[in-house]
Design a protein. Sequence first.
Length: 149
Amino acid sequence: PFVLRPFSETEVRAALESDRPRMRAFNRLLSSVRIVSEHTFGRLKGRFPSLKDLGPHVDLEDLYDVLEALIILHNICIDWDDRPENIWSFDPDDPPRSNEEMPPDVDGDMYNICANITGGSRVPLYETDAWLKEEGYRKRWAILNELFP
């Protein structure tokens, strides 16, 4: 349930002098992994342009199942050396849809979109915002210490 984020410059400045180089090295490594991840999702959207048009979903579990299936298909296509550019309708320059093209029920307000979500999230009761924040800090430091002892 964690999003690994870099150390802010404020956190780096407030850290012990001995930790600062490690924290900056961690930030550089995390940034390079983030770029690879973004490129991977870009390739997935290039192979399955419908991902750009998903819009809001009512059941998050269904959305996860769809994404998992598409990722599996994408990996099979890579293993079989399938190339999206061989698909007659593939357009590598196909931009994401603009807000003007979005369905009328999508106004960009995430609170309204999320208000209609159903389906269980399976979140334990102890996972409060404060607990998640503290665990996130702890996990980030554990990863930092593992990667940069």
